[in-house]
Ligand binder design. Structure first.
Ligand code: JBE
Length: 258
């Protein structure tokens, strides 16, 4: 990598980004988290969890992911999974029988586990970092995803422990929401991130947005890196970052401030 302009000789060049250098966890000393997903669109949930850090977590046995096609538990020759809503209205509703059958199947696969059953729905409690921390230690989660339609509420009453929403917008598909939740939860499990990246979690947990980041070159298209970051003065750098964190939080997320 070459700097586009000569760096100020008075300022030391900032260190290049370091590779977190994740070592694979020693096999056997870390229990994987089992997550079963029940969805009409297994591919939508699988794809984002097959690459990068989550893909490696699966290969390392830290995430034991099983995605089940709800269609396979559908009724009759047409494998019907949904029907018209009682009381009228647009859209279709997932019938309870296929979801019950899929959950029975999953429970049969691991009879000794006591899974927590989550339903991904815009009507749920809003998912956040605190909830991710709460779910990360659980040995077994089951996620139910509704598609464009709702889910017969008897499933929610009888089988669901928590209804969870990833945000105040409507997706075409709960499978995408499930993938988001799984990513946020599994990255908190020991061994999934390198130590350098674990620190990133701590900086978020002080409740403020992070300060902006810069790397080489020191000047780009006429824009210089804030000189304090090149000063080598760790006290001033920490104070600058704190100030930036507060300012960014005030600007973008005033709801996070007390
Ligand atoms: O947040 N969610 O869990 C959703 C599920 C399905 C559709 N939209 C959502 N926001």
């Amino acid at each position: 990598m070459t700097a586009m302009t000569a760096p100020d000789p008075a300022a030391p060049e900032p260190e290049p980004p370091t590779d977190p250098g994740h070592a694979s966890p020693p096999a056997g000393d870390r229990q994987g988290q089992r997550i079963d997903v029940i969805t009409l669109f297994p591919g939508i949930c699988q794809a984002p969890l097959s690459e990068s850090i989550l893909g490696r977590a699966r290969r390392d046995g830290l995430l034991d992911l099983h995605v089940h096609d709800l269609r396979e538990f559908g009724l009759g020759r047409h494998r019907q999974v949904d029907d018209e809503p009682y009381g009228g209205g647009p859209g279709m509703v997932l019938r309870p029988e296929p979801v019950f059958a899929a959950l029975d199947h999953v429970r049969g696969l691991c009879p000794d586990s006591n899974p927590e059953v989550l339903f991904m729905t815009p009507q749920g409690r809003r998912f956040d970092q605190a909830m991710a921390r709460e779910l990360a230690p659980r040995p077994h989660l089951i996620l139910i995803c509704a598609a464009y339609e709702g889910l017969d509420h008897r499933v929610v009453e009888v089988l669901v422990d928590r209804e969870i929403s990833i945000g105040d917008y409507v997706l075409t598909n709960g499978a995408l929401a499930a993938a988001v939740l799984i990513d946020a939860v599994v990255r908190l499990r020991p061994g999934v991130l390198g130590d350098d990246l674990s620190a990133v979690e701590e900086s978020f947990s002080d409740g403020l947005l992070e300060a902006p980041h810069y790397t080489r070159p020191p000047e780009f298209h006429g824009h210089a890196v804030p000189p304090v970051l090149l000063s080598g003065d760790h006290g001033r750098i920490a104070a600058w970052r704190r100030e930036q964190s507060l300012e960014r939080t005030r600007q973008n997320r005033p709801d996070l401030l007390p």
